[in-house]
Design a protein around this ligand. Structure first.
Ligand code: C2E
Ligand code: MG
Ligand code: MG
Ligand code: MG
Length: 283
């Protein structure tokens, strides 16, 4: 009987979907081991100001898998979120990023550099999040003012007031906030003013098609205006050409991140770039 039902059920299964489900389950069990087996890595992508000086980096997570090689976040962040593994993984990211930030503060050529860290909504909503953040800041000696948490609009979907309260507590530590992928979510604009934000980050989907799609050019210009009028710094992500940078600069954009200035790099490849940039800036 059960076998019969099972067989009937199977008829509605798409073998391709079955394969996806098996692959996901496998990845999840392997991801569970990623922190203890020391398979996570941080790559760093530079952020520059209008004069081209490197003012900060964004930490971007990679999974160095023994069989698949370097796995990009798009292939495992959603699995990490569904399984809550994003909580220990996010904590590893925070600790690693803060330790690096503290190390850079001691070097003249990286002094003053800020570090942006992506925070998943699930991680942010953990009751212990603020406490863990404080502990990590104290343990690593990282300056809170140099740390920037990148959150997304999806965080404000469920309990915006509770999120705002948590943000205020984090803000009180001196840590700053950037609203990542801005324009792709559904947040209400009235919120922007009530949240302790420091930066708006224009999503790369608008930036990269600036010249092909007039609607996206209008969106970029409007976000820059909006941010400036609210007293927020505006950074554009996905800046790949000089033409894009110049257009954005002309509209008043404050900062830029993208392949034009550098890809996400492992520490060893990033540091020469930072040294060179510091030389140019006369630091
Ligand atoms: P994001 O935070 O919006 O990061 C920007 C993504 O755009 C990065 O992809 C970066 O490599 C890519 N990018 C930067 N400049 C350019 C460019 O000029 N052209 C193009 N085509 N792409 C560019 P990446 O590293 O694959 O990360 C993807 C997403 O994964 C991130 O998007 C972020 O949402 C998430 N992520 C990365 N690291 C973490 C993490 O530590 N924790 C959490 N929760 N999410 C993370
Ligand atoms: Mg980001
Ligand atoms: Mg982004
Ligand atoms: Mg993005």
């Amino acid at each position: 009987q059960a076998k019969q039902a099972g067989r009937n059920t199977w008829r509605f299964y798409d073998p391709a979907m079955q394969a996806v489900a098996v692959r996901r389950a496998m990845l999840e069990s392997e991801l569970r081991q990623a922190v203890p087996r020391n398979q996570l890595r941080l790559y760093y992508q530079v952020q520059v100001d209008r004069r081209g000086r490197v003012t900060g980096v964004e930490a971007l997570l990679r999974w160095q898998h023994p069989g698949y090689g370097m796995v990009p976040p798009y292939d495992f962040i959603s699995i990490a979120e569904e399984s809550y593994l994003i909580v220990p993984i996010g904590e590893w990211v925070m600790e690693t990023a803060c330790r690096q930030l503290a190390a850079w503060a001691a070097e003249p050529y990286t002094e003053g550099l800020s570090m942006a860290v992506n925070i998943s909504p699930l991680q942010f909503q953990q009751p212990e999040f603020v406490g863990r953040l404080e502990t990590i800041l104290a343990a690593t000696g990282a300056r809170p003012e140099r740390l920037k948490l990148e959150i997304t609009e999806s965080l404000f979907m469920e309990e915006p007031d509770a999120v705002r309260d948590t943000m205020l507590r984090i803000k009180a530590l001196g840590v700053r906030f950037s609203l990542d992928d801005f324009g792709t979510g559904y947040s209400s604009l009235s919120y922007l003013n009530r949240l302790p934000l420091d930066q708006l980050k224009i999503d790369q989907s608008f930036v990269r098609t600036l010249f092909e799609d007039n609607a996206n050019a209008v969106i970029c210009a409007s976000v820059i205006d909006l941010g400036r009028n609210l007293g927020l710094e505006v950074i554009a992500e996905g800046v790949e050409t000089e033409e894009h940078r110049d257009w954005l600069e002309n509209k008043g954009c404050h900062a830029y991140q993208g392949y034009l200035f550098g890809r996400p790099l492992p520490l060893g490849e990033l540091e020469p770039l930072l040294r060179e940039s510091a030389c140019i800036a006369g630091r």
